[in-house]
Unconditional design. Structure first.
Length: 302
């Protein structure tokens, strides 16, 4: 695997680490199976790309994209909490609706950003000033972004509101008995989760130079593989370790994909990406109970 492929995989690992953190909130904290992320990821990309092309400041466009993702998660939670629609079905309904909404926002299947200024443009200019290739600096930029989001999420989940949200996911009846408005916690948590996913979509579109209406297909699978795989490698005994596991799992996932697709002796090509994804997800599901994972976690804990 070349240096460019390695750094590209690490860059994708940090970007999709934000997706994994969002899925961690919905699946692990709230115990809410959420498929909205397959729609909120391209939603963040569509909103940010369309606004940037329209002349908006890229930072403002990214913030609006995050808000759009929060709204998508909020709607899913409303369907479940207020209209009593099964959580899985509620997220599917939102995801399906977002496909048409994303097309409406962009006005066409894809929007190019190659010639537009994005939030990453200053960092590309900095790389030129330092005399290095931009692909060498971008992983550092996304590393810093992932660290900031992780630390902010750690702080929130250990705050009073965060503890109430964790209690809601662990035992809703007990949470209500202790005066916690569990419906509000679900609304807030789902908004946060999809806001993070939308941020990842916005950053991904600006990094790759385009937004596409189909770019969200399979995001939920990648995110779950990152969360489960990371937990297999790092025993999530605390919130800090659990959020770190999400990011580590995402990096390991994309390094495995890159290695599989760039290993000539295996014979895989770009069209085999979904096959590789399926195999990696199966491994992520089996790995946590394996003897190797238990030995690894035992050594890491000692």
């Amino acid at each position: 695997m070349s240096l460019i492929a390695f750094l590209g995989a690490v860059e994708l690992g940090f970007i999709y680490g934000l997706v994994a953190l969002g899925i961690f909130i919905s699946f692990r904290i709230l115990n809410f199976p959420d498929l909205t992320v397959d729609g909120s990821f391209p939603l963040g990309a569509a909103v940010s790309a369309s606004l940037i092309v329209a002349g908006f400041n890229p930072w403002v466009a990214t913030l609006i994209a995050i808000s759009a993702g929060c709204l998508a998660g909020f709607i899913t939670a409303i369907l479940n909490v207020k209209l009593k629609i099964l959580h899985l079905l509620a997220s599917i309904l939102t995801m399906i609706a977002l496909y048409s909404i994303n097309l409406r926002i962009m006005g066409r299947p894809n929007v190019a950003l190659i010639t537009e200024e994005t939030i990453l443009t200053p960092f590309a200019d900095l790389a030129n000033t330092l005399g290095i290739a931009s692909y060498m600096l971008m992983p550092v930029v996304f590393l810093l972004l992932a660290i900031i989001i992780k630390l902010a999420l750690d702080w929130f989940l250990n705050s009073e509101t965060g503890l109430a949200m964790r209690a809601t996911g662990a035992n809703p009846k007990m949470a209500r008995a202790n005066g916690i408005y569990d419906s509000r916690m679900i609304l807030l948590g789902m908004a946060m989760a999809n806001g993070l996913v939308a941020l990842a979509g916005a950053v991904f579109a600006q990094s790759q130079g385009s937004a596409d209406v189909t770019m969200g297909v399979g995001v939920i699978v990648i995110g779950l593989a990152s969360v489960i795989g990371g937990e297999a490698l790092l025993n999530p005994r605390s919130i800090m370790r659990a959020t770190l596991a999400c990011i580590v799992g995402s990096i390991v996932y994309w390094l495995a994909v890159s290695l599989a697709l760039n290993a000539d002796f295996i014979g895989l090509e770009a069209q085999d990406l979904k096959l590789v994804t399926a195999v990696l997800v199966a491994m992520a599901l089996v790995l946590p109970g394996s003897r190797f994972a238990k030995m690894f976690r035992k050594k890491a804990g000692s």
